[in-house]
Design a binder for this molecule. Structure first.
Ligand code: 13P
Length: 252
């Protein structure tokens, strides 16, 4: 049985002060929910404060990006060993990072391996553009992203990864992929690709999220899909009703 996991990607929202006050507001309610993992991914500068506010809580903390090296002349970057005192997770290869910061499949693969080597759980994002979707290229593109991200990993490493399927056209648009469509692509292009590479048993152990315009109203439908194990939530993770999404996922 794969444990449901709902992660909130806060993107560049909430100051450190706002971040701390928000997690104080939702922490007890999240801790009361059995049966699902909840993760918050604040802006990097808010992470230490959030970690302090969540001390003793079961709520996980993730970064939104990371460099693969442990140190170096990389202005503006954060190393895995800088995150590990505070974080258990790191989002990698989000489509916004791929689009605005030229992050390649190869970089995502390097970062994912570095995360695993440091005991962080990578949440690896994949997903096609609207053009690719309309051209019928979704399966092949997403499958290629999954292959590239996992390149050179052992099966034992792959089961420690989380994959988030986020169709780019569904992010922040209010135009979510239908649960059936998301479930099918996740089953075929994500879990199916892992099964091709590592076998059914490994593929069956990997947790896979859907992301893109999820909210308390539609999360139940995604969770009802057998291959969807949770969500990577953007806008809706900034509000107290994020707790409701975790609660629904836990009951699914
Ligand atoms: P929204 O939930 O705001 O569409 O964002 C999804 C996302 O990009 C999460 O990483």
């Amino acid at each position: 049985m794969r444990r449901p996991i709902i992660a909130g990607n806060w993107k560049m929202y909430k100051t450190p002060e706002e971040a701390v006050s928000f997690v104080r507001e939702i922490r007890d309610a999240l801790d009361a929910i059995e049966g699902a993992d909840a993760v918050v991914c604040p802006p990097a500068i808010a992470i230490p404060g959030v970690a302090e506010a969540l001390a003793g809580s079961r709520v996980g903390i993730g970064a939104q990006n990371m460099h693969a090296e442990e140190q170096g002349a990389y202005t503006g970057e954060l190393a895995p060993n800088m995150l590990t005192p505070f974080c258990q997770y790191v989002i990698l290869g989000h489509s916004e990072r791929r689009a605005y910061y030229c992050e390649t499949d190869e970089a995502v693969n390097r970062k994912a391996k570095a995360a695993l080597a440091h005991g962080l759980t990578p949440i690896i994002c994949v997903g096609e553009s609207l053009e690719q979707n309309e051209a019928g290229e979704t399966q092949s593109f997403v499958s290629g992203q999954v292959r590239a991200a996992l390149e050179g990993m052992s099966a034992e490493e792959v089961v420690r990864c989380i994959i988030a399927y986020e169709p780019i056209w569904a992010i922040g648009t209010g135009k979510a992929a239908s649960a059936e469509e998301a479930g099918r692509i996740i089953g075929e292009a994500v879990r199916g690709t892992i099964a091709d590479l590592y076998g059914e048993e490994t593929a069956g152990a990997v947790r896979i999220q859907y992301g893109g315009s999820t909210n308390p109203e539609n999360i139940g439908a995604y969770m009802a899909q057998p291959d969807i194990d949770g969500a990577l939530v953007g806008g809706a993770s900034l509000k107290p009703s994020f707790v409701e999404m975790v609660r629904i996922a836990a009951g699914a």
